[in-house]
Design a protein around this ligand. Structure first.
Ligand code: ADP
Ligand code: MG
Length: 688
């Protein structure tokens, strides 16, 4: 017997129940012990019926007076019960005949629930009821009652009973507490078994407010442990990647010539970050570096300078972008910069005919192509690199870590793993970066090229649409260009594109003197490119787009952006979009044209956009308003999922955890055990 045995060893757990438990990620007794209550109910005392108030959870001990089925808009069972102080109703919308018969007059029940004002006065809706002896006072719970996260067809009572069995086992076979004693005493953390025991049934008088907020020392101790486990798993990934050798790369004359021929001087921040990258790639250990730089901070130059380190050393570089449009833009920029230096640049894209595609693939696998640009298709199985030395991933937040890790194999033929450079324009709040990217070193381009004027942002209700359209006309007739971004609520891409088409048609009609273009996700790649090209070369005044233009499009002459229904987007996305203007020397504007009324959170977001142009400030606010899961796009990428920790609430642990991890990472048994305990069967990075 041990705490890691399967749940089927517990009394009453057959295959059917085991399957339900598995849905909750519960496989072993230990898993169950770490399945912590969401909240608690106080069933340790009885409230006289007369003292029950609306909205107050309470337990009453009362005798059935009457029970009947009421037919209203919805059929329901109403049971009237009373004690010495008064009478109250119990209302059930779902009930069986058996349940109905159970409430026969004269029987006494303990009922726990929350009272509301119903048709018959004060009523408890679907209370939990336990029949008790009519002649004796009912026995109370001695401890708070835990309410667990559960799944369909699994009753709280059942879960509670299983947890009690698990706790009994735990007392006989204690769980190993891996947190070092001195650490626990330093942070006054309770011992693991004691903490778990407490949390599954806290005593009367426990600090329920702290428990409800997950700030109780017994919870915080587990929070710290969970954060530690995640941190360790990321460090472990890093170690795995870095256990392979990488080619030593070095900057030389090519890079020097490249920098000299640029029409501008590098900013101090660009120079510093290029230096940090050079430092990394010089070693024969794969670089794992994240470069954060606000939109327009000039990451592409940094990518090019880094690629040249690989190319000059006789290796290949790859640049992966999140969308085809962006990969094309990179291809154009980089081939313009690098081909004059004699570098061969290829673009792997969806438009290529089979024979052309084969040519590109051959160039990549023979090593003739020195820089390959594409979307994640670049790292699919058929693409073989001769000597991949550096992989650059632009706008990383759209890729999961697992995708990055698959890069390792791309170096397989040469026996060396490529260096990895990840670039993101979504500034990641420091706390999150520390935790979600513990496997990466970070560099920040914290300076914009000179001469940029901050974008002025206005928040305007859509009843003023006509004024906004007029503004577009004026700006465009002055020689500037504008974007009109449609953010649509429909889930279906078809509907979204239809709506964007309608908007473009309306605007073309309202602005007969302007040339209006349209891009959306369902157009063919060639069509999209043609429209973007027209816009870039000032053959279009106004570009109507769905959010496909979000990343990377660079048209310095565009100085006005209208975002329709900005309240539907998160702050990070709004900031990205707004970054498309303010790239030239003209005063630029962003109009957030919302549909009233705005929710409170919507108002808060608009306020942030109006007040700040700083991606880091916006990211911090985003984190406050939306929480870490949304900010990191957890749902899309399965980036991090915590059981009890919350990066925002528990941020004070992050520096501590980082230090703890360093003292533990060299003990493989501890590291393994913690990772298995907290991350276990769930793949850390989820499945896409
Ligand atoms: P992002 O960081 O958003 O990817 P880009 O690399 O697209 O930014 O650069 C935005 C614009 O700024 C481009 O037109 C680029 O040529 C220009 N740029 C980059 N670095 C500098 C610099 N040091 N001085 C002036 N302009 C620069
Ligand atoms: Mg970019």
């Amino acid at each position: 017997m041990s705490i890691e045995q399967p749940l089927t060893e517990l009394k009453g757990v057959g295959p059917a129940l085991a399957e339900k438990l598995a849905k909750l990620g519960l496989h072993t007794v230990q898993d169950l012990l770490f399945h912590l209550p969401l909240r608690y109910e106080d069933r340790t005392r009885v409230t006289p019926v007369a003292q029950v108030r609306v909205g107050m959870p309470a337990q009453v001990e009362a005798t059935v007076v009457d029970s009947r089925v009421e037919l209203g808009r919805k059929r329901s069972l109403l049971v009237r019960v009373r004690d010495d102080s008064g009478e109250i109703g119990l209302r059930f919308y779902y009930f069986t005949a058996q349940q109905k018969n159970r409430f026969s007059p004269g029987r006494k029940f303990l009922c726990y629930g929350e009272a509301r004002l119903g048709r018959s006065g004060l009523e408890m809706y679907h209370p939990e009821t336990t029949q008790v002896d009519e002649l004796k006072p009912a026995e109370m719970e001695q401890r708070l009652t835990p309410i667990y996260p559960t799944t369909e067809g699994l009753m709280q009572k059942r879960l509670r009973d299983l947890c009690q069995q698990a706790l009994t086992l735990m007392r006989r076979y204690p769980i190993k507490d891996w947190l070092p004693q001195e650490l626990r005493s330093h942070y006054q953390m309770p011992e693991l078994n004691a903490a778990l025991d407490y949390l599954h049934h806290p005593p009367v008088g426990a600090n329920v407010t702290a428990l409800a907020e997950s700030r109780h020392p017994n919870q915080q101790r587990l929070v710290a442990e969970e954060l530690l486990a995640h941190h360790l798993s990321l460090l472990q990934l890093r170690q795995e990647v870095q256990s392979q050798p990488a080619p030593a790369l070095r900057a030389g004359v090519l890079q020097q010539r490249f920098i000299e021929q640029l029409p501008f001087a590098l900013t101090g921040a660009q120079k510093r970050v290029i230096g940090e990258i050079e430092q990394d790639v010089r070693a024969m250990v794969p670089m794992l570096r994240l470069v954060q730089g606000d939109v327009g901070s000039g990451k592409t130059v940094v990518a090019a300078a880094s690629a040249l380190c690989a190319i000059e050393a006789g290796h290949q570089a790859a640049l992966m972008a999140p969308t085809e449009i962006l990969s094309e833009q990179h291809y154009k920029t980089l081939s313009q910069w690098l081909e004059p230096l004699g570098v061969s640049v290829v673009w792997l894209n969806g438009k290529l005919k089979a024979s052309e595609r084969q040519k590109v693939l051959d160039a990549i696998s023979s090593g003739a192509a020195q820089l390959a640009i594409g979307t994640h298709a670049l790292f699919q199985d058929q693409v073989e690199f001769a000597r991949l030395g550096l992989a650059i991933i632009d706008e990383q937040h759209r890729f999961g870590v697992h995708q990055r890790l698959s890069l390792r194999e791309k170096g397989a033929r040469s026996g060396q793993a490529p260096h990895q450079l990840i670039m993101t324009a979504t500034p990641i709040p420091r706390t999150l970066a520390m935790s979600a990217y513990a496997d990466l070193d970070t560099s920040v381009i914290d300076e914009l090229p000179p001469g940029r004027t901050p974008v002025v942002t206005a928040v305007i209700p859509d009843i003023k649409r006509d004024d906004v359209v007029e503004r577009v006309r004026k700006v465009c007739l002055e020689g500037r260009q504008a974007y009109w971004v449609c953010t649509l609520i429909e889930e279906s891409e078809v509907l979204q594109c239809q709506a964007a088409e309608a908007t473009a048609a309306n605007l073309a009609e309202a602005l007969p003197d302007l040339r209006v273009g349209l891009v959306h996700g369902r157009m063919k790649a060639a069509e999209k490119t043609a429209v973007m090209d027209d816009f870039k070369h000032n053959r279009l005044h106004l570009l109507v787009a769905t959010t496909v233009i979000e990343v990377g499009v660079d048209v310095p002459n565009a100085s006005l952006m209208i975002i329709e229904n900005p309240e539907r987007l998160g702050l990070a996305q709004l900031h990205q979009l707004r970054g498309r203007v303010g790239r030239g020397s003209h005063e630029s504007y962003c109009v957030l044209m919302y549909h009233p009324p705005l929710s409170l959170a919507g108002k808060a977001r608009m306020q942030v956009m109006r007040d700040s142009n700083d991606g880091f400030v916006i990211a911090e606010k985003d984190l406050e308003i939306r929480g870490p899961g949304e900010v990191l796009g957890t749902r899309q990428t399965g980036l991090i999922q915590f059981r009890i920790a919350d990066l925002q609430r528990d941020r004070q642990w992050l520096p501590v955890v980082k230090e703890m991890a360093l003292s533990v990472i060299d003990q493989p048994d501890v590291t393994e055990a913690l990772i298995r305990r907290w991350i276990g069967h769930r793949a850390l990075y989820g499945k896409v």
